[in-house]
Design a protein around this ligand. Structure first.
Ligand code: AMP
Length: 512
């Protein structure tokens, strides 16, 4: 069934409810959103010349029009291809070429970059700029009937963030997104009809996924006027809207916690965080600041938002004997997936042992776009191989142990950087840190910690060394520190360890 059925139903049954707010202002109701999406769909399949299943690129700043375009594509029976708007034009070109997008819908601020991307890709895709006269004509054009879609037809082609190699397009079907949507209500939160999904994070990623359960119940989606993450504005929107939920990367949570001007959190209901490691020290501060409002999800584009969940209750159950461990974990398997920690032959390893995390269930992608070999490899034996390493405890709580390539092997022992990072972050002078391995003639690898200091502080590495000695085995403690004003991040705010390793390599070359 076409996922856009949710919007069609909303328009029939509660057309006057506000569907989208732009900042504090109402932007449109459900009836209007559905009509615009159907008009745009008619244009895509008519004047824009797209056929069923063709890809429609969305290269857009977070704006209300993003939702028109996304639902327009689904309505028309096309595959939405949301693209991170911070990508470089060469990265954009790669995705456009790989996915073979026929139309690229852009916000005006990105039109030039989009044109360059198309040129590099040698693509003949049509650019449609939202807000201009042509676009207005499309919205007002003849609405089309919603296209019928089978469960396995593609809805969203999700390009992985590509911290290793070129990004690949995870093929997400209508069924995958229905599963993701329904699972939100079981595992993450119940959405009240007066609720609001706030989108400071890119809608091409987790925030966009979590807009759908809000649409499903006729709640509203709130797009900040700035189109992104501005703490002052976020706090203002917490005051203005009711029952506000948002998806946030851990770095965003940290910035909200540290924001001095914020005041109280107003009508904040739920912060779902994930997409990268949340360190215990940071999480505790966030709980102190905002109260019991946090839910963690662990997922990946290939199993959108759905691998494990650490629910709200576990965040605040401070009397539980394993409270701390739970805060350091990613929680237990979400209700619609089976999660296994396996050895290289895909056999489950005993509780407490580290292995690769495998997932199966109806939410898991169909495969990678145009990559039969990578798809077969990734989905072998009917399990998605996440590339993440982790271990279960007796209660089925999973702790992530860094991706396999980030693990350090020193003197024959496996060292998981996360464990050292957790300790270093307890020091108030450490704002951010990342631990990587550097090749070492005798030990194989040695541990190096990169530190970004908190504002106005200077990091005393001997204090950090002592902190490590007090908390973790000697062999794990960093043999060297590098202090930098900021750590390199990708477009989703994740620290790119590959770049840190390159920096160390460059140092070696400089020494030679
Ligand atoms: P993406 O496909 O861009 O969403 O990236 C997915 C990857 O982000 C996963 O494979 C994990 O390595 C990481 N990730 C996602 N959620 C979490 C989480 N809650 N804690 C730690 N890492 C996470």
């Amino acid at each position: 069934m076409n996922l856009n059925q949710l919007l069609v139903r909303a328009a029939r049954s509660f057309p006057d409810r506000v569907a989208i707010s732009h900042g504090t202002a109402d932007y449109c109701d459900y009836g209007t959103l559905a009509r615009r999406a159907a008009g745009l769909a008619g244009a895509m399949r008519g004047p824009l010349g797209l056929k069923v299943d063709d890809r429609v690129g969305l290269f857009m700043t977070n704006t209300p029009e993003y939702l028109e375009a996304f639902h327009g594509a689904l309505h028309a029976g096309l595959t939405a291809l949301p693209i991170n708007n911070k990508l470089h034009e060469k990265e954009l070109a790669y995705i456009l070429d790989d996915a073979g997008a026929g139309v690229l819908i852009v916000t005006p601020d990105l039109a030039e970059k989009a044109a360059k991307g198309l040129e590099i890709a040698g693509s003949k895709a049509r650019i449609v700029v939202v807000g201009d006269k042509e676009y207005a004509g499309f919205l007002a054009g003849d609405p089309m009937e919603m296209a019928d879609r089978g469960d396995d037809d593609l809805a969203w082609l999700f390009y992985t963030s590509g911290t290793t190699g070129n990004p690949k397009g995870a093929m997400l079907s209508h069924r995958n997104l229905w599963e993701m949507t329904l699972t939100y209500f079981i595992d993450v939160d119940r959405v009240p009809t007066n609720g609001a999904a706030l989108h400071p994070a890119p809608m091409s990623h987790g925030s966009g996924f979590y807009g759908i359960p809000h649409l499903a119940v006729g709640a509203r989606q709130v797009v900040p006027e700035s189109g992104g993450f501005e703490p002052d504005e976020i706090f203002e929107l917490f005051q203005h809207h009711e029952e506000v939920s948002l998806f946030a990367a851990p770095t965003m949570v940290k910035r909200l916690v540290g924001h001095s001007g914020g005041g109280d959190a107003g009508n904040l209901r739920t912060v779902t965080y994930g997409g990268g490691p949340m360190y215990v020290a940071d999480l505790k501060q966030a709980l102190d600041r905002f109260g019991p409002k946090f839910v963690q999800v662990y997922g990946q584009g290939e199993s959108p938002m759905c691998i494990t969940v650490l629910p709200r209750e576990d965040h605040v159950d401070t009397d539980h004997p394993r409270h701390e461990e739970r805060l350091a974990s990613v929680g237990y398997a979400q209700s619609v997936v089976d999660v296994k920690v396996a050895d290289p032959d895909d056999n489950a390893v005993p509780v407490g042992e580290v292995g690769e995390i495998l997932v199966r269930g109806a939410v898991v992608m169909r495969g990678y776009w145009n990559r039969p070999d990578a798809s077969a490899e990734s989905l072998r034996g009917g399990w998605l191989h996440t590339g993440d390493m982790g271990a279960f405890d007796d209660d089925g709580y999973l702790t992530l142990k860094d991706r396999s390539k980030d693990m350090i092997i020193s003197g024959g022992s496996n060292i998981y950087p996360r464990e050292i990072e957790e300790v270093l972050l307890r020091h108030p002078d450490v704002l951010e840190c990342a631990v990587v391995g550097r090749p070492h003639a005798e030990w194989g690898e040695e541990v190096i910690a990169f530190i970004a200091p908190s504002e106005g502080t200077e990091v005393d590495t001997s204090a950090l060394d002592q902190l490590c000695l007090d908390n973790i085995a000697r062999f794990k403690r960093p043999k060297g520190y590098r202090v930098a004003a900021a750590l390199p991040k990708n477009n989703y705010g994740k620290i790119v360890k590959r770049e840190l390793r390159n920096m160390l390599e460059a140092e070696e070359e400089g020494d030679a």
